[in-house]
Design a protein around this ligand. Structure first.
Ligand SMILES: Cc1ncc(COP(=O)(O)O)c(C=O)c1O
Length: 366
């Protein structure tokens, strides 16, 4: 079709490789003629134990209010988060998923001529946002154990750098940089750089999380991003947030849409924060899943990367081929060639039955 307007498309947008999500259950069922009920999806690091019951009840209560616009300032949720983290509400910005916070950082800090730094095998959205805003993206090799090399990341920073992304634990590798390494990094990082600690898995981390909020309290140029998608089982609602010194939060608020977070998500988020039992149940499930899948990998002589999150990388040789073969058996996991790791697959821990299904199918496929 000859549409002259297409010649005017922003070249940064035209060149973008879209984000490749885990495949939906219905789509895989259609492709392979499978019963959707029998498909196991361990591809998007979602909650293995469903949605927080407290959040579900709060959404039911809020449903009749859906004809009204949500509170654009997310008053209740920001207050609740402020109390939860022991910070002032002005230090919190709410997003339509933590992905929106990452995009808002692009709007505010990815200015012409700037550069951003991240690891080569880190969460891919940093790269996509940098491409969208047309800034230089410096990808730094990880250590041989697929852990962030914070010294190398420091070395990649120069005067043009505005953002450094530290995904901890990192998706897709599951590896964690510990507190002492973060402290050393923070002692050396130049003050003109905003350090982004993406802590999407913090509440369910299987190893101690570094104390990054101390830097927010100290008014350092740091933003900590969190999400309700993983630990609270609210991925479908899209709810995340960032914690940073008030002037940085103010910039993000300037750039966001007026009603960026919907009414049900705000109600669910407030209630979920009180659901400690749900978080505990999740952590226990992920510890058990990790132990089970690691033991299975040892039995199958498959190397894996020790994880601190609810997912892990397993070295299978040809990740794409194994992913395809598993799908045909009704098990959806994730190939990670797009992350520069074609020899691995990434699976997230599910229920005991789901983990067993995965391990049986993997043994068959290999
Ligand atoms: C490290 C990391 N950051 C951010 C996100 C995005 O989460 P959200 O659903 O809050 O947009 C994900 C989701 O997979 C993630 O793994």
């Amino acid at each position: 079709m000859n549409l002259p307007i297409l010649e005017k498309v922003n070249p940064a947008v035209a060149a973008l490789q879209p984000y490749e999500p885990g495949r939906p259950i219905e789509e895989v069922a259609r492709q392979f003629g499978l019963d959707p009920e029998e498909i196991v999806k361990l591809a998007s690091n979602e909650s293995a134990i469903g949605t927080s019951p407290k959040a579900l009840a709060a959404m039911q209560d809020a449903l009749p209010e859906s004809y009204r616009y949500p509170d654009g300032g997310a008053w209740h949720l920001r207050n609740k988060l402020a109390a939860h983290h022991g910070v002032d509400r002005e230090l919190i910005a709410i997003g339509n998923g933590s992905n929106e916070i990452l995009e808002l950082l692009g709007h505010v800090f990815m200015v012409p001529g700037s550069s951003v730094v991240s690891s080569a095998h880190a969460f891919i959205v940093y790269k996509l946002v940098a491409q969208l805003f047309g800034v230089e993206q410096r990808e730094v090799p990880m250590t041989s154990g697929l852990v962030h090399d914070l010294d190398a990341m420091l070395a990649a920073i120069d005067d043009s750098t505005t953002l450094v992304f530290i995904c901890n634990p990192n998706n897709p590798t599951g590896t964690m940089v510990p507190n002492d390494a973060v402290c050393q990094f923070m002692e050396q990082v130049p003050e003109h750089v905003l350090v982004v600690f993406d802590e999407a898995y913090a509440e369910i981390a299987l190893a101690p999380m570094p104390d990054t909020l101390q830097y927010v309290h100290d008014n350092r140029p740091v933003i900590v991003t969190r999400t309700f998608s993983k630990a609270y089982g609210l991925a479908g609602l899209r709810l995340g947030y960032g914690l940073a010194p008030a002037p940085i939060i103010h910039c993000l608020q300037q750039a966001r849409q007026p009603f960026n977070v919907n009414l049900l998500a705000q109600a669910a988020g407030c209630a979920a924060l009180d659901d400690d039992a749900f978080i505990k149940a999740g952590v226990a499930t992920y510890h058990a899943g990790k132990a089970y899948v690691e033991a299975a990998c040892r039995k199958l002589a498959l190397p894996f990367i020790p994880t601190a999150a609810n997912f892990m990388l397993i070295e299978v040789g040809d990740g794409a081929a194994v992913t395809g073969a598993l799908q045909a058996k009704g098990v959806i996991i994730r190939p990670v060639a797009g992350y520069g790791l074609p020899q691995y697959i990434r699976m997230n821990f599910g229920t005991a039955a789901e983990n067993e299904c995965f391990v049986d199918a993997l043994a068959d496929v290999l």
